[in-house]
Structures are given as structure tokens and as C-alpha cells.
Design a protein around this ligand. Structure first.
Ligand code: FE2
Ligand code: FE2
Length: 269
């Protein structure tokens, strides 16, 4: 079995149970030391269209339903669906990061496949909560933001690490406390389940941003530059990105490897 072709097959599978099972199977094969080859010379396919196009209706970001109240079933479905879509996109993103960039140290592949396993677990948790509410992934329209950043960073490890794992995933850390505060207003059992899922996801996501940080620094060093081009690298893959956010999660970002000087800079317009 070739690692890269397995990743590609899994990424291209839009059948949710089969996709999640295939991630678990490859994980078990790696842990068990099954014969897996890493054919770095094999051709790398283009990113193509998002596989979730077969599951969800795709709309412009401005047309995705916004959550209103978390005290209604409808509000909770919108909230959970938005998060489930991020996690589904993140499975394919991590698989693609492990698939696309070749001849890197072996732990690069272990790192990003581990992230894909985490994202699959996160997605499965959120999907189960949606199903408890009588909904499912695909019940609502979605946007292609993460996929677009993935496609635009397909030819550069440095841009991929900067824009997706070290920027978009770090934005998720920034949003965490606000989400937890909103859901903490409710003390019903289902709200408690959401809180528990968010906490698990949050701790894992810090490790994903840390890997984005580690491999971004690696890619910069390989190109003989420092991390001072981070904003430009993000904007190259996500045009129009604005910085200067007031609500940076400083503690989580520091745990993930951002330096004080970098955080100070990100806090400026
Ligand atoms: Fe995740
Ligand atoms: Fe993640």
C-alpha cells in the first residue's frame, strides 16, 4: 500500500462513513507497522473541486445561514453545522497537506496524518450531535473558504503552512472563548455536550497550530527567509486577509509557538 495514493483516495471519497473508516484503517496500518511505502516520485494530482460538493449545497460565504439563538433547535443546528463543515474541510486539508508535499522528513507525514485523524474524530463528534437534533452534515449550505485557501497554497509548503494551519486554524483558537461563553448561557444537557466537544476540539487544535508553526518555520528556513513574510504568505493564499484583530487568543497562540513579537505584529492593522 502506498501512503500517498491512500491519502488521495480517502480525500476524494465523499461517502462519510467510508471516509472516516478509511482514515481509521490507515491509522491502524501505520501503528501496526504494516507494509506501507512512501512513493515520493508518484505523480501529485491537482486539488480539484471540494468533495463535499457531493454532500452540501455550495453558496457564497455571505449566503451561509448565520446562527441567531442557541436556545432553539434551529440555532443549534446552524451552529453545529458550521463547525462540522470546518472539521470536514479540515480532514481533507490535513490529508492534502500530507499528500502534496514530497521528500520531507518522515515526521512531516506522521504529523499531518495525525491531524487528519483528529479532524475526522472532531467531525464525527459534531455530526453525532447534529444527528441527535434530527439534522446531518449536508442539511445546510456551506462556503468553500478553507478549500479555496488549500487550492491557492497547493504549490508551496510555506504558503500552505502559513495560510491554512498557522492562520485559519489559529483563527479557530481566537473564536473559542466566545463560542464557549455563548453556549455556557444554557445549562441543559445538550448544551453541556456541545461544551464538552468544544473543549476537546480546542485542545487538539492548539497542537495543529503548533504543527503549522513548526512546519512553517521549517519551510521558511528551507527557503532561507525568516517568518517576517507571514502576513504576505497568508494573503497570497487568502487575498484580502485583514490583520489587526483585537481578540487574539494570546495564551493559546503562545502555546502553539507564536512569539511575543509576532503576536504584537498580528495585533496591528
Ligand atoms: Fe478540528
Ligand atoms: Fe485542526
Amino acid at each position: 500500500m502506498d501512503f500517498f495514493s491512500s491519502l488521495y483516495t480517502i480525500r476524494c471519497d465523499a461517502d462519510v462513513p467510508r471516509k472516516l473508516a478509511a482514515v481509521a484503517e490507515l491509522d491502524a496500518a501505520l501503528i501496526n507497522g504494516s507494509a506501507i511505502i512512501f512513493d515520493h516520485e508518484a505523480a501529485v494530482a491537482a486539488v480539484g473541486n471540494p468533495m463535499y460538493a457531493q454532500i452540501c449545497q455550495i453558496v457564497h460565504g455571505s449566503a451561509v445561514p448565520r446562527r441567531r439563538n442557541l436556545d432553539t433547535r434551529e440555532g443549534r443546528v446552524i451552529f453545529l453545522h458550521a463547525l462540522a463543515h470546518i472539521e470536514y474541510s479540515a480532514i481533507d486539508l490535513a490529508l492534502d497537506s500530507a499528500y502534496r508535499f514530497r521528500r520531507l522528513p518522515p515526521h512531516y507525514y506522521r504529523d499531518w496524518f495525525k491531524v487528519a485523524c483528529d479532524e475526522a474524530r472532531h467531525f464525527a463528534m459534531l455530526r453525532a450531535l447534529l444527528q441527535e437534533l434530527g439534522a446531518d452534515y449536508g442539511s445546510l449550505p456551506v462556503h468553500t473558504g478553507i478549500h479555496d485557501a488549500m487550492a491557492r497554497s497547493a504549490t508551496s509548503l510555506r504558503l500552505r503552512m502559513a495560510a491554512t494551519h498557522r492562520h485559519l486554524e489559529a483563527n479557530g483558537l481566537d473564536a473559542h472563548e466566545e463560542l464557549q461563553r455563548k453556549i455556557a448561557q444554557f445549562d441543559d444537557a445538550f448544551a453541556q455536550k456541545i461544551t464538552t466537544a468544544l473543549k476537546i476540539i480546542y485542545e487538539d487544535e492548539i497542537t495543529h497550530v503548533a504543527l503549522g508553526d513548526k512546519w512553517y518555520r521549517y519551510a521558511c528556513a528551507a527557503e532561507g527567509v525568516g517568518t517576517e513574510h507571514f502576513r504576505d504568505d497568508v494573503r497570497a493564499a487568502i487575498p484580502g486577509t485583514r490583520f489587526g484583530k483585537k481578540a487574539l487568543n494570546i495564551a493559546a497562540r503562545k502555546r502553539a509557538g507564536f512569539t511575543d513579537a509576532e503576536l504584537l505584529d498580528l495585533g496591528k492593522d
